[in-house]
Design a protein around this ligand. Structure first.
Ligand SMILES: NC(=O)c1ccc[n+]([C@@H]2O[C@H](COP(=O)([O-])OP(=O)(O)OC[C@H]3O[C@@H](n4cnc5c(N)ncnc54)[C@H](OP(=O)(O)O)[C@@H]3O)[C@@H](O)[C@H]2O)c1
Length: 291
C-alpha cells in the first residue's frame, strides 16, 4: 500500500506519517516546498508522477482569522487545490481522500449535524472548505471526512496550546459558549491508514466513497475541552475561568454549536468512536510527559 500525501508538517499530516510507520505503510508526504497548493499545475504533476495506490490531502489554509483577509489564497488552497487533486486522481483511476470541517455549518441546529444537513458556512474558511467539498465530491472515487476540533500529540493544536497557556498565565479565560465534538487526530490517522486498502480496492459506487463525519463521541464546550486537558497537569499555574466568544474580538465569526453525528461512519466502516474525554486526557498525559 503506497500513499501520496499532500501536507508534511501539519498536525494531521504528522499523525498520519506516524500511524503509517507503525503499520508498515509507505507514505510519501509532500511539503509546501515540494508542492505549493496555490499552483494547480504542480499538484497535477505530483499526482501524475507518483507511484501510489491512493492520494490523501491533509494540507489546507487552516487559519480561520487570516482567511477573512486572504479569501483568494483560502479558496485557492481549500477549494481549487483539492478540486485539481480529485480531477487528476480520477484521470489516473486513483481514489482520493480529503479532509473538511464542522465550520461548513452555521452552528444554529439543536442537534448534532448529519452529512445530509444543509451546510451554511458563516466565515471565509468555512465557505472555502465547502467549495472544496463540492469540487472533490463531483468525482465518484472520492472521500471527504469532516472533522472538528482536532487534537493530538503533534503540531499546533488546542490541547497543546491550552496546556502551554495554563503554565504561562495567572488567569486563563476560555470560551464556554461554543460547543462541538473534539477529534482525536491519532485515531483519525489510524483510521485513514487502516481504511486505505479498502478505498484502493473499492469501485465507483461503493458506500466507502462520499461524505462522512469523523469525530469522537459526545459533545462539549471549548471550556470543558480545555479543562479536561489542563486538569491532568500537576504544574498548572493558571486559574481557568469561563468567558464568551463575544469577548474575543476576532475577525472571523465562529459557529456556536457544531457537534458532528458519526452514525454514517459507524454504519459503513464499523468504526466506533471513543468518548472525547478519555482521548483528551490520554493525549494531555502524553504531552505533559514530554515537557
Ligand atoms: N485542526 C483542526 O482543529 C481542524 C478542524 C477541522 C478540520 N480540519 C481540517 O483538517 C485538515 C488538517 O488540518 P491540520 O490541523 O493538520 O492543519 P495544520 O496543522 O494547520 O496543517 C496545515 C498544513 O497545510 C500546509 N499548507 C498550507 N498552505 C499550503 C500551501 N499553499 N501549499 C502547501 N501546503 C500548504 C501547511 O504547510 P506549512 O507547514 O508549510 O504551513 C501544513 O502542513 C485540514 O483540511 C483542515 O481544514 C482541521
Amino acid at each position: 500500500m503506497k500513499i501520496l500525501q499532500f501536507g508534511q508538517t501539519g498536525q494531521v499530516a504528522t499523525a498520519v506519517q506516524a500511524a503509517a510507520k507503525a503499520a508498515g505503510v509507505e507514505v510519501v508526504a509532500l511539503s509546501r516546498a515540494d508542492c505549493d497548493l496555490e499552483h494547480p499545475e504542480a499538484i497535477r504533476a505530483a499526482i501524475l508522477g507518483a507511484d501510489c495506490d491512493l492520494v490523501l490531502n491533509t494540507a489546507a489554509f487552516t487559519q480561520v482569522d487570516p482567511a477573512e483577509a486572504q479569501p483568494d489564497a483560502a479558496f485557492a488552497v481549500n477549494a481549487m487545490a483539492p478540486g485539481a487533486m480529485a480531477e487528476t486522481c480520477a484521470a489516473r483511476g486513483l481514489p482520493f481522500v480529503h479532509l473538511s470541517t464542522d465550520a461548513v455549518f452555521d452552528g444554529l441546529a439543536d442537534r448534532a449535524y448529519v452529512e445530509t444537513d444543509e451546510a451554511r458556512p458563516i466565515n471565509v474558511y468555512g465557505r472555502s472548505k465547502l467549495a472544496g467539498e463540492h469540487a472533490v465530491l463531483f468525482y465518484p472515487r472520492a472521500v471527504v471526512l469532516r472533522i472538528s476540533w482536532v487534537f493530538s500529540r503533534y503540531g499546533r493544536n488546542y490541547v497543546s496550546f491550552m496546556l502551554r497557556l495554563a503554565r504561562e498565565r495567572e488567569v486563563l479565560k476560555v470560551v464556554a459558549d461554543q460547543f462541538g465534538t473534539p477529534t482525536d487526530g491519532e485515531a483519525l490517522a489510524s483510521f485513514l491508514i487502516a481504511t486505505a486498502p479498502r478505498w484502493a480496492a473499492a469501485p465507483a459506487g461503493d458506500p466507502a466513497f462520499g461524505l462522512f463525519h469523523f469525530a469522537n463521541a459526545g459533545e462539549t464546550s471549548r471550556f470543558e475541552f480545555a479543562r479536561a486537558a489542563i486538569d491532568r497537569d500537576p504544574q498548572v499555574r493558571a486559574r481557568v475561568e469561563p468567558t464568551t466568544q463575544a469577548a474575543f474580538a476576532e475577525p472571523a465569526p465562529r459557529p456556536p454549536r457544531t457537534p458532528l453525528d458519526t452514525s454514517k461512519l459507524q454504519t459503513v466502516f464499523g468504526f466506533t468512536p471513543e468518548l472525547w474525554r478519555p482521548a483528551v486526557e490520554r493525549t494531555a498525559d502524553r504531552l505533559i510527559s514530554l515537557v
